[in-house]
Ligand binder design. Structure first.
Ligand code: NDP
Length: 546
């Protein structure tokens, strides 16, 4: 059963809530020891949930929780809580409004299909997408097959089961304004599920029940299945949210609300679907695509050697008890495997930092997050891998000088280090400030990932803005590092095709949009304190340059 937050539908005029006046409903918290701090003007209504009497959200109906009370507990001032309420309720048109998002919803799947066909059928060369022949040749490569449906859906169901049942730490999210300030609990068992995945995939491959190479063998149909599933989940969640009257921050425009979503915190049982789909599905699939490609290339190279009468190199393990072919995967595909392994592992090991991010706290679960995570990320961020594999299968592998390859490996690892530790510094600092910090040792914990006594700026909102560590050098240095990694994913493929550079191009646009949006959000939330923060940390991406 999908559990969603209480409806906060308002008349269009009331959407921009007047936090200082009667625009926000009033409800008094019984027995609140913080009640002296709470002006009634920022108390929010909590409606009784009719979804399920066993749900964590419906149980909140018994409590008359006020947003401000919980916010104050996490360090936010009353003034800050008012701003958070205003921000959470305000409808803003992004991405060009209804027309812009309609174009994105139609255009993105078409673009993914187009780029895939260029890769699969035309060796990575861009073609005229208006030609009938192009689609005639290409569409058969992406028609869903029963096998692709079985692979994708088994993976998805398995990910849900492990998310719901594996052990992990429990972390509280931020007070949710539309739930009267309730903090939702998130079971962060990503690391355990990740290791189970690895063991299971190895067992399935070695036993021959499911060779991992099946993933790249079915990659076109898998992409279509993921896209269709993305649409089904988008529409399904929207309809369920509307039918059950659990919509939140609705604009009144159908395409815009489908794109942004209707519900804020959809859950099935103890699994938060928004966080689950953002962490468990895209990055794991991306990694398994690269693993599949690496194994495929290895097997094909061994086969070629054998056919040519060359004895492939053999590793003798455990004193000769086990003998296996030495790895015959190219350094370029191993690069992509490493890059995707680092990314997925970082998402799993730092999962407890996710519940307080903007996507989880503010964004609803609509096409943008659903389609993007279920289909967009795994099947469009993998172009470098597919390009390298196709070149190798065509017996035209991408080969670089040792120097070029070494430099790229170094750049990837250095950028990863900055990205990992910058995210870790900020997230751990924020968790410490909010009293939600949990010490974790998931592999690898990098030096300087947690700051001791960092400098920071205390805002009138109550939140503290970190000005130490990487965050004293540039305000979005983690974006820079992420972009450098994205660029390296393209550079490892050489310069014969644009398609492997699609990710870095697209990601640059995403991050530029995020920088602008976050600047507006922080300026609104922190006011003059944000100006002071920008004065203390004047650079955005690269220290002393920009
Ligand atoms: P940020 O990590 O930049 O988070 C922005 C929020 O962090 C702000 O709104 C503010 O929240 C808080 N904040 C900003 N500066 C400070 C500071 N100095 N001290 C304390 N808090 C601060 O944004 P994202 O969530 O967009 O990105 C997280 C990571 O995910 C990045 O590394 C990004 O590259 C990556 N990412 C990757 C994507 C991909 O497709 N590969 C897509 C999107 C992101 P508050 O209002 O609560 O204070």
């Amino acid at each position: 059963m999908v559990l969603v937050p209480p409806d906060e539908r308002r008349s269009p005029r009331a959407r921009n809530v007047d936090v200082g006046g009667a625009g926000v409903g009033v409800r008094h918290r019984k027995h609140s020891h913080n009640s002296k701090l709470l002006p009634s003007a920022i108390k929010l209504p909590v409606r009784t949930s009719s979804v399920s009497s066993t749900s964590s959200e419906s149980s909140s109906s018994d409590d008359e929780i006020t947003f401000a009370a919980n916010s104050v507990k996490t360090g936010t001032t009353v003034e800050g809580a008012k701003k958070d309420v205003a921000c959470d309720s305000k409808v803003i048109y992004e991405f060009g409004g209804p027309w812009g998002v309609s174009a994105l919803m139609i255009g993105f799947p078409l673009l993914m299909a187009y780029l895939y066909i260029c890769l699969a059928v035309h060796q990575g060369h861009l073609q005229n997408p208006l030609g009938w022949e192009f689609w005639q040749q290409g569409v058969p490569t992406i028609i869903p097959t029963p096998r692709a449906i079985a692979i994708y859906m088994s993976f998805t169901v398995f990910q849900y089961i492990t998310a719901a049942t594996m052990p992990g730490i429990k972390v509280m999210g931020l007070p949710v304004p539309s739930l009267g300030g309730k903090q939702l609990e998130y079971l962060c068992n990503g690391v355990a599920t990740w290791y189970v995945d690895l063991v299971l995939v190895a067992a399935l491959h070695i036993s021959g029940w499911f060779p991992i190479t099946s993933v790249v063998d079915e990659i076109g149909p898998l992409m279509s299945v993921a896209m269709i599933w993305g649409f089904i989940v988008t529409i399904g969640t929207y309809v369920v949210g509307c039918v059950m009257g659990r919509t939140h921050r609705m604009s009144g425009s159908l395409p815009y609300d489908i794109f942004m979503g209707a519900v804020l915190n959809p859950r099935i049982g103890n699994v938060d679907l928004k966080m689950w789909s953002e962490i468990r599905i895209p990055w794991k699939i991306l990694f398994f695509i690269s693993l599949s490609a690496a194994v495929k290339e290895h097997e094909v190279n061994i086969e070629r050697d054998l056919q040519a009468g060359i004895t492939p190199a053999v590793w003798s393990l455990f004193g000769g008890l086990v003998e296996m072919y030495a790895i015959q995967t190219s350094s370029t595909l191993l690069f992509m495997l490493l890059a995707h392994c680092l990314y997925v592992n970082a998402c799993m090991k730092g999962e407890e930092c996710i519940p307080t991010t903007w996507d989880i706290f503010y964004e609803k679960w609509g096409y943008m997050l659903i389609f993007w995570n279920l289909a967009g990320v795994p099947f469009s961020y993998c172009y470098s891998t597919l390009y390298l594999l196709n070149r190798s299968l065509a017996n035209e592998p991408v080969v670089h000088s040792k120097m070029y390859t070494c430099v790229l490996y170094t750049v990837l690892l250095a950028a990863y280090y900055v990205w990992d530790t910058a995210n870790s510094q900020k997230n751990r600092f924020r968790m410490q400030q909010r009293g939600t910090y949990v010490e974790r040792n998931a592999f690898p914990q990098l030096p300087w990932g947690k700051l001791q006594n960092p400098t920071y700026l205390t805002t009138k909102h109550g939140n503290k803005l970190l000005t130490g560590g990487w965050w004293g050098m540039a305000r979005k240095i983690h974006y820079t590092a992420d972009l450098i990694m994205a660029l390296s994913w393209g550079l490892i493929t050489g310069f014969d095709s644009y398609i492997p550079y699609f990710y870095v191009t697209f990601f640059t646009a995403v991050l530029i949009h995020r920088v602008g949006r976050d600047h507006v959000h922080c300026k609104e939330k922190y006011g003059a304190d944000f100006d002071e923060y920008c004065r203390q940390v004047p650079y955005v991406f690269i220290p002393f340059i920009v």
